[in-house]
Design a protein around this ligand. Sequence first.
Ligand SMILES: [Zn+2]
Length: 107
Amino acid sequence: MKKKIKEAFIPVGREETVRKEMISVMKEEFLSAREISGEVHISEKEVINHLHNIQKTLNKDKNHLKIIPAECRKCGFVFKKRERFTKPGKCPVCRGELIKEPLFSIK
Ligand SMILES: [Zn+2]
């Protein structure tokens, strides 16, 4: 089975630099994907991709990726089981669409 590598067009050196930058900003405080994208000047989609990679590589390390799960602003429902890093579109409880983004940090 062939696996398509999405990041093939980006040079490896650049990838690593971005990840290092992301790790250093996340060590400072909890940030949303949107805030991280502003800090390291890449799209939110790229931030999400990098977060997956960071989570994998950090497992070998002493550092851990901490996630504050997304939360519904209307009823307070917490998306604890959500493993994706993106903001959910709708609350399953109240159907509200005002969702607080998940926040990421490295401790
Ligand atoms: Zn809700």
